[in-house]
Design a protein around this ligand. Structure first.
Ligand code: FNR
Length: 382
């Protein structure tokens, strides 16, 4: 007996001028269940809020009187040339964003010259998604299945058909069990929504498509296949299953960053799952600072990426100055699916324009020269 207010009309795409606008618009026009799934985070939302708040505590130390008439946001991410060091973070159930689902993320990313990391519990199959932008590079996110044979089969399929397009495998490590996301749990999914949101047969997910009585969480119902017994030793098994570069997603301490380097990974993502895993986990900015202090060699020898709460081009510049090679953005892109591929491309274009402006105003003409350069930052409020 849940009451759901009737969705409002979709504001015109041109009226959205920053990434928060995409989230705010989506909250109004989307089905409440989809909004609950995308916006929710664990328990008391401490980590969700800390992620965003900490980017804002990192002030700039802008340099002036430098010729900034030409600036370049171009970069290289895990060996892929990109228009800016931003990737679309993996998010399950693309159909919660809109009917085009992951195809909108793929085509929008290609139009904007960035890379989308396709999630394991996607609404569309890998084949359907890759067909949205033939020849464009992708990353693939892996949740290891309790039934390891299913993961082996998925990786074999990936290698057989998609070696030329898939450039790295992100192994998500910060969610061995599903967390408690109350906004998602509270709202029961209707039968009609179940049919439109949950993956169709043939999608790559190992999850179950049935909602459980009294447990409305979409995350719960699609994440039950994740193997909680995964260890660092399992990376050796994964290495035998695939020759893709491995990236561990969800690293939150210097000790685990060192472990990933020792395991031969190509990179890590400093991430707390956008506040959707352990509530009380540190903001991503604090972890990046810990890495700089306790294991600077990791930043030199691996691609250290970061995500969580990035909403402005200036945040991308902050992350680069801290030593991140790339920045993942999640929720705004899932909300942009509501506007199809044009919405996703516009979301990325807004971010790139903001990044360019932030670089000019900070006296930075190219990102290589700013990478790891803390002289552009004032950390006194952290
Ligand atoms: C996620 N995230 C996620 N991560 C992952 O490794 N596999 C997944 O399937 C998902 N699914 C997922 C769904 C939705 C709706 C969200 C919002 C997030 C986490 C995601 O990759 C990323 O870490 C965060 O979303 C980054 O934080 P922001 O940008 O959303 O604040």
């Amino acid at each position: 007996t849940q009451t759901q207010s009737a969705p409002e009309p979709r504001p015109p795409l041109a009226s959205l001028i920053n990434l928060r606008d995409f989230e705010l618009a989506f909250a109004k026009f989307a089905p409440p269940k989809s909004h609950a799934y995308i916006s929710s985070a664990s328990d008391d939302l401490l980590t969700l809020e800390a992620n965003a708040a900490h980017w804002r505590r990192l002030w700039f130390r802008p340099r002036v009187l430098r010729d900034v008439s030409a600036v370049s946001t171009r970069s290289r991410l895990l060996g892929v040339d990109v228009s800016m060091p931003v990737w679309i973070a993996p998010m399950g159930l693309g159909r919660t964003g809109g009917p085009e689902a992951e195809a909108a993320l793929g085509a929008g990313a290609a139009a904007a010259g960035i890379v989308h990391c396709l999630s394991t519990p996607a609404s569309l199959s890998v084949e359907e998604t890759l067909a949205s932008a033939p020849g464009h590079p992708w990353f693939f996110q892996l949740y290891v299945n309790r039934d390891r044979a299913k993961t082996e089969a998925a990786l074999a399929r990936l290698a057989r058909h998609h070696r030329d397009q898939v450039k790295a495998l992100f192994v998500t490590a910060d969610l061995p069990v599903l967390s408690k996301r109350e906004a998602d749990d509270r709202l029961r999914v209707t039968t009609a929504e179940q049919l439109t949101i949950l993956p169709l047969p043939g999608a790559t997910t190992g999850g179950t498509a049935a909602t459980k009585e009294g447990r409305g969480g979409l995350a719960r119902t699609t994440g039950s296949f994740i193997d909680p017994s995964l260890t660092w030793e399992c990376l050796a098994w994964l290495r035998r299953c695939t020759d893709l570069p491995l990236v561990v997603k969800g690293v939150q301490t210097a000790a685990d960053a060192r472990a990933a380097l020792a395991a031969g990974c190509a990179g890590i993502v400093v991430s707390n799952h956008g506040g959707r895993a352990l509530d009380g986990a540190p903001a991503s900015v604090l972890v990046l600072l810990e890495l700089r202090r306790d294991c600077p060699e990791v930043l030199e020898r691996m691609d250290v990426l970061v995500d969580g709460g990035v909403r402005r081009g200036a945040d991308v510049l902050r992350a680069v100055c801290l030593g991140a090679r790339g920045v993942g953005v999640g929720r705004p892109f899932q909300c942009a699916i509501g506007y199809g591929r044009e919405g996703v491309a516009r979301c990325a274009d807004i971010l790139r324009e903001e990044l360019e402006t932030a670089m000019r105003l900070c006296g930075v003409t190219d990102l290589d020269s700013a990478w790891g350069d803390m002289s552009y930052l004032n950390t006194s409020e952290l």
